[in-house]
Design a protein around this ligand. Sequence first.
Ligand code: FES
Ligand code: FES
Length: 156
Amino acid sequence: MISLMVNGSRRSVPAEPETPLLYVLRNDLALNGAKFGCGLAQCGACIVLVDGRAVRSCVTPISALGESEITTIEGLGTIDKPHPLQQAFIDEQAVQCGYCINGMIMVAKELLDHNPRPTEADVREGLAANLCRCGTHGRIIRAVLRAAQSTGKPRP
Ligand code: FES
Ligand code: FES
């Protein structure tokens, strides 16, 4: 058994140490927010936060996690009380198929935690390594900027 801290709860899973975190989240813990896109650290659909840092869970063995705190999209908000980033993505209608979106939101969470008042260029750079095959990048960027405005102080 491997013990993990996920969304504030300790979970034990019967998995081999080299098992990718993504498989454990989806197959053992029924946390399906992180998606399997490429499985090769190329697309960002599987991103979760590990101690606040965006990590590609498809290539992260659970043995590497130790006591780290793992946060998935399920740990951000609820349907009744969405996280400001989730609300901003809804308000900007930034989703087409939706496959990339949870990874985008998790990367944006890391970005805003470190830079609460990003410029558009900051957001573009921060999300540059996340792929969206539907091409909804413009709305995604607007959503992240909207979330920053709703939570942070205005730029001087
Ligand atoms: S599924 Fe992990 S980066 Fe694509
Ligand atoms: S909304 Fe479809 S891949 Fe991004």
